[in-house]
Design a protein around this ligand. Structure first.
Ligand code: MEV
Length: 444
């Protein structure tokens, strides 16, 4: 069928949007309408709420929402909410939590909570002249001009921490930045930071225009390129760690404690020196982090971008977690830069997000940073523990078994039968299909 660009799609009603999509993209096949509708919430108010989170919404996309219990974090016992589709993530988290529960649990330290943003601008002017203008005139004006924007945040104990002029002309001719740092207390602060930065851009333009410090030519060369927060927040960082005497490690696989510790440390060191491994290693960490980020209504694209930028901060992509064995003590830790909020955004709107935050005891943003770092570390511990002992597929395929059986259309009784059948056997896609077909033949 000939397809034409869709004009004014966002202005159509939901019903009209669905009709348009089915007729233009799905050969008019109305069975697709049923797929969309079966994911609508039966409560119209709740459906409307979800529709309004985004644009052009025609259905909801469900993700499993699970709980990983038994996390002892800084002496508090917590159950973590996890929204994730990968079948082994919640099980891995729970297993790690249980392992460390009897070994002192997880401890965390907030190292800093500073967030950053920039006004990026071009100006053909000598750096010392601009610096003088910044120090003796502009900086104070930038602060004053954002007073009304920062008022509430200051009342909550946050605000603009500092503003600096950064000379970037060695990397791009005439390129400078106003680099600002912020404390956004319990909010992620993206809107707050961007509003301040946009005001900085405007104030910079106005102050340069009326200053007698610059020639007309210099003034005309000023171009504000953009004002935007940075999702790289290396100074908004939390450390989570576990430690125990090597003799307490006792892994269920039967490997000796000292071999477990040695192999584990080797696995972490390999991720520290080898980017190919570091990428998968960190992906595993983010399995744990993102699931809790999503469940608490935070922005997982931001946390992903930040974590990977941090992993490459020394010029070579490396592991986010580290391990040491000293004086007979096994220690495993992560330094995770992460900017999240517990107020604003979806936190007051999405009922499941409210549930997640209540489940976590209504944490502050700093406490949530700690929980997220622990979730990442626990996930990494579980992955490495499997990798250096049984291998990852055993656990993964066990969890994947139900997905395969669902694809095959197995009944509840058949699922139960195969979960039992594969308890002491290796699950492979081929073997599940073979056994499933055999069972069906026997039953016919
Ligand atoms: C799978 O989602 C994540 C792992 O590959 C992580 C790792 O290899 O460390 C298991």
């Amino acid at each position: 069928m000939e397809r034409n660009p869709i004009e004014g799609f966002s202005k159509l009603t939901k019903e009209e949007k669905i009709h348009k999509i089915i007729s233009d993209y799905l050969d008019g096949d109305e069975t697709y309408r049923t797929i969309l509708q079966q994911y609508w919430n039966q409560q119209p108010e709740l459906q409307k709420l979800h529709d309004e989170f985004s644009e052009n919404t025609i259905s909801n996309f469900y993700m499993p929402y699970g709980i990983a219990p038994n996390f002892l974090i800084d002496g508090k016992l917590l159950a973590l909410p996890m929204a994730v589709e990968e079948s082994s993530v919640v099980a891995a988290a729970s297993k790690s939590a249980k392992f460390w529960l009897t070994r002192g649990g997880f401890t965390t330290t907030i190292i800093n909570t500073k967030k950053l943003g920039h006004t990026h601008f071009i100006m053909n002017v000598e750096t010392h002249k601009l610096l003088h203008f910044f120090n003796f005139q502009l900086k104070e004006r930038l602060m004053e001009s954002t007073n009304s924007i920062t008022e509430n945040m200051r009342a909550r104990g946050g605000g603009i921490l500092n503003i600096r002029l950064i000379d970037k002309t060695q990397e791009l001719p005439n390129y400078y930045q106003l680099k600002a740092s912020f404390n956004t207390v319990d909010s992620m602060g993206a809107n707050f930071i961007n509003s301040c930065l946009e005001q900085f851009g405007q104030t910079l333009r106005e102050e340069v225009a009326k200053s007698d410090h610059f020639s007309d030519q210099e003034k005309e060369s000023l171009q504000i390129v953009m004002n935007i927060l940075s999702n790289f927040t290396p100074d908004c960082i939390v450390r989570a760690e576990v430690r125990c005497p090597i003799e307490d490690l006792n892994d269920e696989s039967g490997i000796s404690n000292s071999e477990f510790a040695w192999k584990f440390k080797q696995a972490v060191t390999i991720a520290e020196i080898e980017p190919f491994r570091a990428t998968t290693h960190n992906k595993g960490i983010m399995n744990g982090v993102d699931a809790v980020v999503i469940a608490t209504g935070n922005d997982f694209r931001a946390t992903e971008a930040c974590a990977h930028a941090y992993a490459a901060k020394d010029g070579k992509y490396s592991s986010l977690s580290h391990c040491s064995i000293e004086g007979g003590v096994f220690r495993f830790w992560i330094d995770l830069p992460i900017s999240v909020g517990v107020v604003g955004g979806l936190t007051n709107l999405h009922p499941l997000v409210k549930f997640s935050l209540a489940l976590l005891g209504k944490p502050t943003a700093q406490e949530l940073m700690s929980i997220l770092a622990v979730s990442g570390l626990a996930q990494n511990f579980a992955a490495l523990r499997s990798l250096i002992t049984t291998g990852i597929q055993k656990g993964h395929m066990k969890m994947h078994l139900l997905n395969i059986l669902n694809q095959l259309g197995a009944t509840e009784a058949q699922k139960q039968y195969f979960v039992n059948y594969f308890k002491d056997k290796t699950v492979t896609h081929h073997e599940v299909i073979t056994q499933f077909n055999q069972l069906k033949e026997q039953q016919i």
